[in-house]
Write a protein that binds this ligand. Structure first.
Ligand SMILES: Nc1nc2c(ncn2[C@@H]2O[C@H](COP(=O)(O)OP(=O)(O)OP(=O)(O)O)[C@@H](O)[C@H]2O)c(=O)[nH]1
Ligand SMILES: [Mg+2]
Length: 287
């Protein structure tokens, strides 16, 4: 890994113009061959947070060229290391820069930067929680195979974490810096998409639950093919979950807690999740 640009931090650029509440918020954006969408994503995120960190994960297209003139911190992996490692490097850079809050979102345009304020508002109400932009209530907009893979992952991760989880695979999240400082040293290097799932489990064991904020499920017909390889990536996540379950003697009480109440993952009855409306009121939704 090397840093292409290190001059951008919280104390430079247009940070002074940002509302104080957002000035210590960093966004971490992993990007692997996202030349088509990255510039518009990053430009919009710059309006929302104090520092933007982009990890170019060994892209072989023009991804880094798209943002060279923007005031972002750009980290480059010489070869592709996976989303987990990209996020981990971004988290470390954000913490070193003094971030108090870290937003993550994808570089492919599936997460709308204009939804960042809604996630940050939920963070403001629950500053110790992990906030998750949740998409699965929009089942009709999600390719069926991706929807099924997400529900499969939800079941196992909720079991291991010990509570019902709406959307365990969403990369649109808000992390309190203290949570990252506590968990990153425990996790180390992880392949594929494993890191985000493992954080949910380890946070759950500390009674830190993900709180869902509804966001649209965006799967444009013109988008590039997903990098997510359902068999390999779900297998890696399942192995990680199995390891944690075995370490905890299968954690049966976690299974019961994850199935309890409205968040049940039974397939004969659609799960109902407690999610926040923009005004802060709580409603029950089903997918
Ligand atoms: N898949 C993948 N994504 C990476 C990698 N490194 C960074 N990323 C970024 O991680 C984000 C998520 O990747 P996607 O392939 O879109 O995965 P996803 O959004 O979970 O899957 P879809 O819902 O099918 O789009 C994107 O911003 C990628 O550019 C990598 O090695 N593999
Ligand atoms: Mg995507």
């Amino acid at each position: 890994m090397h840093e292409l640009r290190s001059t951008h931090g919280f104390d430079t650029g247009n940070i002074a113009a940002k509302p104080a509440a957002r000035s210590r918020v960093a966004a971490v954006i992993p990007a692997y061959n996202e030349a088509r969408t990255l510039r518009s994503v990053v430009s919009a995120v710059l309006d929302e947070v104090g520092l933007v960190i982009v990890i170019d994960d060994g892209s072989i297209d023009a991804t880094p060229d798209q943002i060279r003139d923007l005031p972002v911190r750009l980290i480059r992996h010489e070869k592709n290391l996976g989303k987990s490692q990209s996020l981990a490097d971004g988290f470390h850079a954000a913490l070193i820069a003094g971030a108090e809050v870290v937003v993550t979102l994808d570089g492919d345009g599936q997460h709308r930067p204009q939804d960042i304020p809604a996630l940050l508002a939920e963070h403001g109400r629950y500053p110790d929680s992990l906030i998750i932009g949740s998409r699965l209530h929009e089942k009709a907009n999600i390719p069926p195979a991706r929807y099924r893979a997400n529900r499969f992952a939800n079941f196992w991760i909720a079991w291991a974490a010990g509570y019902p989880i709406c959307d365990s695979q969403s990369g649109f999240r808000v992390y309190p810096a203290d949570l990252l400082k506590a968990l990153l040293p425990l996790i180390g290097k992880r392949p594929g998409f494993v890191l985000e799932s493992e954080i949910l489990i380890l946070a759950g064991w500390r009674n830190i639950h993900g709180r869902a904020v509804p966001i649209p499920a965006i799967y444009p017909v013109t988008s590039r093919p997903s990098h997510f390889r359902p068999v390999r990536d779900i297998a890696l996540i399942t192995l990680m979950v199995a390891r944690h379950l075995l370490m905890r003697g299968l954690h049966w009480q976690g299974l019961i807690a994850s199935l309890r109440g409205p968040g049940a993952s039974r397939t004969d009855r659609p799960p109902v999740f407690e999610i926040s409306e923009p005004g802060g009121s709580r409603v029950q939704r089903s997918d």
